[in-house]
Design a protein around this ligand. Structure first.
Ligand code: AP5
Ligand code: MG
Length: 178
């Protein structure tokens, strides 16, 4: 099972991916979390990466692509969370036989509410807006690409967590006949 989960910031990618990883024995590979782990290591690289996350900007895209490619090397049971976020990144993994891309659709005003409530370091009004702008400008193109490839599954991410997850789980079970 090679899955991707995409959606705007705060759409519930991490929440859903964690449950899928538990139920289908997948590696949950969140690009944002891996980058935050690098920052915690307090190295020169970490300090440089931090500047991008603090502003809500994309970390240099091929760095993240190489990092994710190393994570999935020789693996065939995983869910990529928040990657790819640009056409360039999608091209970097064009050889990878991704079977399903889950897209969580949630309106901007709802994700802003959720993120302000969560309060991670990059969950300030200004930084959320930057993350949303990049999402609309870059990541929506990736969603269109996977739609054209016929592997996109659109899920309404606006209802409560349990409802969203039940829909996602049903779609995965149907796709993989499990
Ligand atoms: P990343 O960590 O991926 O942040 P994001 O995409 O902005 O998304 P979040 O993690 O904030 O939200 P989520 O969709 O996972 O939602 P969650 O489940 O947490 O990326 C951070 C940064 O890293 C980027 O800005 C960039 O700098 C860099 N980066 C990452 N990927 C990169 C890449 N590919 N290339 C370059 N740079 C990259 O839920 C959010 C909140 O809502 C939680 O409190 C949760 O409890 C709640 N919630 C979840 N579901 C529901 C629901 N159904 N109803 C109500 N509340 C809900
Ligand atoms: Mg997340």
């Amino acid at each position: 099972m090679r899955l991707i989960i995409l959606g705007p910031p705060g759409s519930g990618k991490g929440t859903v991916a964690k449950k899928l990883a538990r139920d289908f024995e997948l590696h949950h590979l969140s690009a944002g979390r891996l980058l935050r782990e690098l920052i915690e290591k307090d190295t020169q690289v970490g300090m440089r990466i931090k500047k991008y996350l603090d502003k809500g900007e994309l970390v240099p895209e091929n760095f993240v692509a190489e990092m994710m490619k190393l994570e999935i090397l020789d693996e065939d049971k995983y869910i990529l969370d928040g990657f790819p976020r640009s056409i360039d990144q999608a091209e970097e993994i064009s050889e990878v036989p991704i079977e399903m891309v889950i897209y969580l659709g949630v309106p901007d005003d709802e994700v802003i509410k959720r993120l302000l409530l969560r309060g991670r370091k990059d969950d300030t009004k200004e930084v959320i807006q930057e993350r949303l702008d990049i999402y609309h400008k870059e990541t929506t193109k990736v969603i269109t690409l996977y739609k054209e490839m016929g592997i996109l599954k659109i899920i309404n991410g606006a209802p409560p967590e349990d409802v969203v997850y039940a829909d996602v789980k049903e779609a995965v079970e149907k796709k993989f006949k499990v």
